[in-house]
Design a binder for this molecule. Structure first.
Ligand SMILES: *[C@@H]1O[C@H](CO)[C@@H](O)[C@H](O)[C@H]1NC(C)=O
Ligand SMILES: *[C@@H]1O[C@H](CO)[C@@H](O)[C@H](O)[C@H]1NC(C)=O
Length: 190
């Protein structure tokens, strides 16, 4: 997955990347308003990322965001301005597909970390699966086959990478929370 390292704070990133583009697709369900429970699952996921970030050692890191998805632009609310263009339609399927790909990407990354980091992220991993299973009608296999990849990094780089990606996930998860709340509100179907 292409990743990019940016030297910005998460808050700034949210503004800068409001219209980020790129990616490939995956099957997804749902047309009508999203269930209320999905709003809670998404919030619980964000909470677990926050809790995990609060516990890790290297906390002062850059943000590495998943650039392989279009979540921010695909999930921008109707009538919002993206790159100066007013979006008149909201494509729920496209938004959900992008969110699904993000969740899949971060699940793979976290599940592939070696023991200590995987156990630090175990709560985040469960929360991702919970959201996927209840709101996206697919379940995620627990794939640890790529764990070896992170063995090559030295301990400092491993911790830094973990911090960067997790901080990127926090930024993305805030966007996901907003999008899910929007799709639950029914505003997008009006
Ligand atoms: C993301 O955007 C690119 C370029 O606009 C498009 O080709 C791709 O299909 C989009 N991906 C998804 C998952 O919507
Ligand atoms: C998680 O942290 C972000 C960034 O500090 C904050 O905006 C958000 O409200 C927090 N969310 C929860 C559910 O704790």
């Amino acid at each position: 997955m292409p990743l990019i390292t940016l030297h910005f704070t998460p808050a700034l990133l949210l503004l800068v990347l409001t219209c980020a583009q790129v990616s490939q697709s995956m099957p997804v369900m749902s047309k009508g308003p999203l269930k209320e429970s999905c709003v809670l699952y998404a919030k619980t996921l964000l909470q677990s990322i926050n809790d995990t970030l609060a516990k890790i050692k290297e906390r002062d890191c850059n943000v590495e965001l998943n650039m392989a998805t279009n979540t921010t632009s695909a999930c921008a609310p109707k009538e919002s301005k993206c790159s100066g263009i007013v979006k008149s339609e909201f494509d729920q399927e496209s938004c959900l597909t992008n969110i699904g790909e993000d969740l899949h990407h971060y699940h793979e990354f976290l599940a592939a970390r070696t023991d200590d980091q995987r156990s630090q992220a175990s709560n985040v991993l469960s929360r991702i699966r919970e959201l996927m299973e209840n709101c996206f009608s697919w379940s995620l296999p627990i794939d640890v086959s790529k764990g070896a990849a992170s063995q090559d990094e030295n301990p400092f780089d491993r911790r830094l990478k973990f911090c960067k990606v997790l901080t990127g996930f926090q930024v993305r998860c805030i966007t996901i929370n907003r999008a899910i709340a929007y799709m639950n509100s029914g505003e997008h179907t009006k």
